[in-house]
Design a protein around this ligand. Structure first.
Ligand code: FAD
Length: 309
């Protein structure tokens, strides 16, 4: 179980940041939904529940109002760090702007966990198998970090691709808090999220793929495409080579298949490498096809160049 000497519940951002400054040199842990922290404290996800872990100071940020809500502005979505995965299923505006996150949330855990689990916590945990990271990489996601210098709040933006540096590793400083996650709005795109694991729900990904796609007005060409993979290496990756191949090309099964063939080259995992290489091509292909279907371009049953004639 998780025990601590002091459980702090700040009710404003300056108060939370001041606590981090005060305890930065001691044992301090930020807590949001606790869905990673509790299994961690139990020394093994859903495994050994007998171990104890004591932390000197826990700073529970779930009651900090500045971290709530979201805003869509100038083509970007700013999500407060307390936003939970269930919001991507229940909030129509978020679904409209982040069509891949709707599908990501469907695959993510169950109702109970989704109502607790924050996107920010998912990024901070930096698991190679995390479901929230590839969609943010696909949408040029950035984490907004804040710290306190004297009485002034200092903020910096770090791209998700630079924030996560390896399994369980980020560039978050001891006295910093994630205050928001920002990403491109994909309004007008079709979205998808595909995940392979041992079973459908409550499963941590072996690998996952996400796509957002926009097709030209006449439905013949890929106008814009975002494609990212997770679980195939220490950090999530953007499939920019496949994107470049498809951008501007005809919407055909042949083009999709050619682009998806580039995906296995990017597998960097050492464990179950052959398996990952085998599944990832079909997976990237399915992510593109399903994102197209999501915006009304169903080419699943059609073949080759006949797709959109
Ligand atoms: C049964 C179960 C099923 C799960 N299924 C999935 C799944 O399908 N897919 C998946 O990707 N994950 C899954 N998870 C993992 C987990 O739910 C996610 O990683 C979750 O998003 C973490 O968010 P949280 O708010 O609970 O984080 P917490 O557990 O509170 O914190 C996680 C980490 O983030 C840090 N942190 C949290 N908030 C901040 C902040 N604002 N600033 C700085 N650091 C912060 C904490 O210090 C800690 O290091 C599952 C977990 C469980 C228990």
């Amino acid at each position: 179980m998780l025990t601590c000497d002091t459980y702090h519940i700040p009710t404003s951002l300056p108060e939370a940041l001041e606590m981090l400054n005060r305890y930065a040199n001691n044992d301090v842990r930020i807590l949001a939904g606790a869905t990673d922290t509790l299994p961690w404290a139990r020394q093994g996800r859903a495994g050994d529940v007998t171990g104890d872990h004591n932390v000197e100071n826990i700073v529970d940020v779930s009651r900090v109002p500045e971290l709530n809500g979201y805003e869509v502005k100038a083509g970007r979505v700013r999500m407060g760090s307390n936003l939970v995965f269930q919001n991507f299923l229940e909030d129509d505006t978020l679904s409209l702007h982040l069509p891949n996150m709707r599908y990501c949330a469907i695959w993510f855990a169950d109702d109970q966990i989704r109502r607790q689990a924050t996107l920010a916590g998912n990024l901070a945990n930096a698991s190679p198998a995390a479901d929230g990271t590839p969609p943010m990489v696909a949408l040029n996601g950035e984490v907004e970090l804040a710290s306190l210098a004297g009485k002034e709040i200092i903020r910096r933006q770090v791209p998700v691709t630079e924030f996560i540096t390896g399994p369980g590793k980020t560039t978050l400083a001891d006295n910093e808090l994630i205050t928001a996650v920002n990403c491109d709005s994909a309004r007008g795109y079709g979205g998808s999220f595909e995940k392979v694991g041992q079973r459908r729900s409550l499963v941590i990904s072996v690998a996952c793929a996400t796509c957002c796609v926009k097709v030209s007005g006449d439905g013949r060409r890929f106008e814009e495409i975002r494609l990212a993979l997770g679980g195939i290496g220490p950090v999530p990756i953007r499939l920019d080579d496949a994107e470049n191949l498809l951008r501007g090309s005809d919407v055909t099964y042949a083009a999709i298949s050619r682009a998806a063939k580039l995906a296995p080259n990017r597998v960097a995992s050492r464990s179950r490498r052959d398996y990952r290489e085998d599944v990832i091509q079909g997976f990237a292909e399915r992510a593109i096809i399903n994102a197209l279907a999501d915006c009304g371009h169903n080419i699943k049953e059609k073949t080759e160049e006949l797709a959109h004639v």
